[in-house]
Design a protein around this ligand. Sequence first.
Ligand SMILES: Nc1ncnc2c1ncn2[C@@H]1O[C@H](COP(=O)(O)OP(=O)(O)OP(=O)(O)O)[C@@H](O)[C@H]1O
Ligand SMILES: [Mg+2]
Length: 322
Amino acid sequence: MKAVEVNNLRKSYPKKIPLPFRKVEWVEAVKGISFEVKRGELFGLLGPNGAGKTTTIKMLTTLLEPSGGSAKILGLDLIRDAREIRKRINLVAEGERTLYWRLSAYENLKYFARIYYVPKSEMEKRIEELLKLVGLWERRNDLVMSYSRGMKQRLAIAKALINDPEVLFLDEPTLGLDVQSALFVRDFVKRLVKEEGKTVLLTTHYMVEAEELCDRIAIIDHGRIIALDTPEGLKKLVKDEETVEIAVREFNPALLEKSPWKLAVVQSTEERTVLRGSVDEEDLPKLVEWLVKNQVKVVSVERKEPTLEDVFIKLTGRGLRD
Ligand SMILES: Nc1ncnc2c1ncn2[C@@H]1O[C@H](COP(=O)(O)OP(=O)(O)OP(=O)(O)O)[C@@H](O)[C@H]1O
Ligand SMILES: [Mg+2]
């Protein structure tokens, strides 16, 4: 049995049109996606802002009703068996507002333990274990309001483990965290899968995170999965071509729409802009010529090892950060 099976799942949101026009328009946030996550797998949904990642996670955790398609979690039907599914999964949602800031860490976990009917005899032991695991035991009696962003996220993860879920969903688990906290969270998630045998489905728009953590990655864009493979498999999509980074000055991004090559802006300051894409050896002089002809000042041209971002640029003609 698979941990997660998604079959042509869709979601449309009504778009509110101001009165007096009562017409309802629909935004198709998820446009029929299908994928499977094996048990014990660390699976990532990678995509830019608005790709449909949170919408997908909300549907798979029974918080949002799909507009179409179907899904099974641990062999259970997403709609029919929602109650049973909720007992066996958990979610670390996007943002900070999933904890009670006026309660201490300990009180938060006690509250959520009760919601999940964790037996009284086990509750104290489990809370202690979890708080120690995320390194918050010493701070257990402090109000969450006094916690740093990184501490809040560690507590949110402990909270999501309170019912010992078989499948854990994480929506952008390191968004807005400092480097050290992000490292902690990544390492922790890896250990959950490797040592505890949990299944994890996470979303991210950090390529490095997806590449480092995930066994397999689905790249999602505009509500569709445009590629799905292991990080190595995905990178093979650009291996033949050569990845190149071109630093330029006096660059107008509108020019890219006319470019015969799939290039994306990966860095932009007042001083200079860095373009990136896959360009054949023979094509490179032509590209530089084309830029010069369009009044762009080329500062440097550098060969790079392909990353997942290059896969995304090649598939969509855009950068993940656009
Ligand atoms: N409640 C809502 N009502 C209407 N439209 C929505 C709603 N929630 C999301 N959308 C739209 O659905 C699309 C997908 O949004 P979603 O939040 O799933 O993307 P995401 O991949 O999680 O993006 P991000 O990286 O910014 O978190 C977007 O176009 C968004 O504007
Ligand atoms: Mg999101």
